[in-house]
Design a protein around this ligand. Structure first.
Ligand code: GAL
Length: 422
């Protein structure tokens, strides 16, 4: 009897132990480990600092994950995009890659069935409320969201050397007429009026998109990308003539310089003005240069030529869970406020901590909220990749040959080939 009771007691203890084990605290999920390969072209000053700031946020949260920084240098993805295409089509996608929101994302990768939708992540992270509607629209396709926008960049900024302008009692030009007056004054002083680099083939196309916006105005400019404004329009002739006139004021070594190489002219006080996107603001910061001023490009005040960098989840990503964690960092307020003050862009989210941003970026936030927003073709927002490339190449040829009629014809043809113009 005694033995039986003792046996019963032991059984009860064992059973209780089992219940306790079953109900006790579950062990924490295994900490994320493995790798995360991030593909981008962010190697210039400002770009690299911004990217590293994102990596720092990620590493703090997921110290066990090794980040592979797969960069291919060359502004605007001049070299990176071809490498990416080879990898994507060869079944070797990076875990996540930099891609412009808009046509570049949708036409090139989503329609081709290469990406995973991120709609459930948008829901769980509350991003359908954190990003403005215009931004949500350009990462959407057939009712799903396809990438996470990290920023908004402005294409149409005229940067100028404050010292050069003050020394010569000049004001930043508002119109094309003002621009040419300022350019003449600078030329007379032996200062390069308009600094440009054309080495990577896209930079002139970038300046020209801003000349188009400044010459046509927001509505007619938008029409160029939707088929409502013909490329044969006299206003496009005028824009090409404006650009041709501007080319008479650029540095002779432009074909040897990249966008950032050209920026050095402003730092050195040897150049007066430069038209380039606001990654230039990040670049100046990375050089500890503060002697720059900014204004909308001629004719384009009240117009914000916009683009957005984003990252997505390609099908077949080797480290899918780590990518989801990466995307969560990108879409978070913490991630965006770490990245953008260094990158020289404003956050895509609506709730930045404005104190973290310099005066240029504070002004960009104001303009973003009130200006007419129009898309950039060179940076993937306005046109599909094929059209954007044809546009870019036509303008690169224009820099060399300066044939207005032939270029206008080529631009119209590019629109026809894109099946947007008849
Ligand atoms: C753009 C990109 C920016 C900046 C720039 C110069 O296409 O959106 O983030 O990096 O190229 O490289």
């Amino acid at each position: 009897m005694k033995g039986f009771r003792f046996y019963g007691f032991v059984v009860a203890l064992v059973v209780l132990g089992m219940i306790a084990a079953a109900c006790g605290p579950t062990p924490p999920p295994a900490a994320p480990k493995g790798k995360l390969e991030i593909f981008s072209w962010w190697t210039a000053g400002g770009e690299a600092e911004g990217l590293n700031a994102l990596y720092d946020v990620y590493k703090k949260k997921y110290p066990g994950v090794e980040i592979i920084n797969a960069t291919v240098a060359g502004g605007a993805g001049a070299q990176a995009k071809a490498v990416l295409t080879t990898r994507m089509l060869g079944g070797d996608p990076p875990d996540s890659f930099q891609v412009h929101a808009g046509h570049e994302l949708i036409d090139t990768w989503v329609v081709a069935g290469k990406m995973e939708p991120l709609t459930s992540l948008y829901k769980s992270e509350g991003w359908d409320k954190a990003f403005p509607k215009g931004v949500l629209d350009i990462v959407s396709y057939k009712g799903d969201y396809w990438s996470v926008p990290v920023n908004i960049h402005r294409s149409n900024v005229l940067w100028f050397s404050k010292k050069v302008f003050t020394d010569n009692k000049l004001e930043p030009p508002k119109t094309f007429d003002d621009f040419f007056k300022v350019a003449d004054a600078l030329k007379a002083k032996g200062i390069v009026p308009l600094v440009m680099g054309t080495k990577d083939g896209w930079e002139a196309g970038h300046v020209f998109e801003d000349v188009l916006a400044g010459t046509l105005g927001a509505e007619a400019y938008n029409g160029l990308w939707t088929g409502k404004t013909a490329w044969t329009d006299p206003k496009v002739t005028e824009a090409l003539n404006n650009f041709k006139k501007m080319l008479a004021y650029i540095n002779t070594d432009h074909s040897a310089l990249t966008w950032d190489g050209a920026g050095q002219y402003l730092i050195d006080g040897k150049g007066g003005m430069m038209i380039m996107g606001d990654w230039t603001n990040g670049w100046f910061m990375s050089k500890n240069f503060t002697g720059y001023g900014w204004a909308p490009t001629p004719g384009a005040s009240g117009i914000f030529v916009a683009l957005s960098d984003s990252f997505g989840l390609p099908k077949g990503a080797k480290n899918r869970d780590n990518v989801i964690a990466w995307l969560k960092v990108l879409g978070s307020k913490e991630g965006q406020d770490a990245f953008n003050p260094k990158k020289g862009s404003i956050p895509a989210r609506v709730d930045p901590d404005k104190n973290l941003y310099n005066d240029y970026l504070k002004s960009a936030m104001v303009d973003w909220a009130k200006d007419a927003i129009v898309p950039s073709p060179i940076h993937g927002a306005a046109a599909s990749e094929g059209w954007a490339t044809a546009y870019k190449d036509a303008i690169a040829v224009f820099v060399a040959k300066q044939d207005v009629a032939a270029t206008q014809k080529a631009l119209q043809q590019a629109c026809v080939d894109a099946k947007v113009c008849k």
